[in-house]
Ligand binder design. Structure first.
Ligand code: GRF
Length: 189
């Protein structure tokens, strides 16, 4: 059974959605949820899901504390679900092609530093895009630049607000992220 860690900085709705999806699929175990924010709501979700959760600061990540935790739990695969820090070299080296991220836009557009959450959807509507979507990709040393694994699109109407786009993109995240993880864990992709 593969051991998976989920990293999240905020609400954690994707983390919860993924964990619930695998609840009756004996494919993997979610060993813990790790955040860089002590007050992230994802800790509350972890408590309700009976999953251990931890907080390690940005400095702690750089000092190798997160890698220590990942190894202590024998983690095989890392899922970033709304995690806002860059993954340090010490973890990238230990987990080649074993760390994936979801980005709420069609990379390479609307990616990179500062492009997260509503900032993405505001840029998409400001530029009058006719579509947006999600990108699931491998993580490398730069924000949102690893090899793309999967993309799904949604229509953006001229009347859509950033909030409207966010809702459509979240719906794609909840529909596809768990299934892409399942395929990767089954080595289908
Ligand atoms: C999602 O939109 C995801 O695409 C992005 O961060 C957001 C996380 O939302 N990486 P949540 O914390 O899972 O609710």
């Amino acid at each position: 059974m593969q051991r998976v860690a989920i990293l999240a900085s905020g609400s954690g709705s994707n983390a919860e959605n993924i964990i619930r999806y695998f609840e009756n699929r004996q494919l993997c175990v979610f060993s813990f949820i790790l955040s860089n924010k002590t007050d992230a709501y994802v800790h509350e979700r972890a408590r309700k899901l009976d999953i251990p959760s931890f907080t390690i600061s940005k400095q702690g990540f750089e000092r190798g504390e997160a890698l220590q935790l990942l190894k202590a739990y024998g983690i095989d695969f890392i899922v970033l679900a709304g995690f806002l820090l860059k993954i340090p070299e010490n973890i990238l080296k230990e987990y080649p092609n074993k760390i994936i991220n979801i980005h709420p836009a069609l990379l390479p557009k609307y990616g990179g530093k500062g492009m997260y959450g509503t900032h993405v959807h505001e840029a998409v509507t400001a530029n009058k895009e006719t579509e947006s979507g999600i990108t699931i990709h491998y993580v490398n040393e730069n924000y949102d630049e690893g090899a793309i694994i999967f993309q799904a699109k949604c229509e953006v109407l001229p009347t859509d607000s950033a909030e409207d786009v966010a809702k459509k993109v979240h719906a794609l995240e909840y529909a596809y992220f768990p299934r892409v993880i399942e395929s990767l864990l089954l080595n289908r992709l």
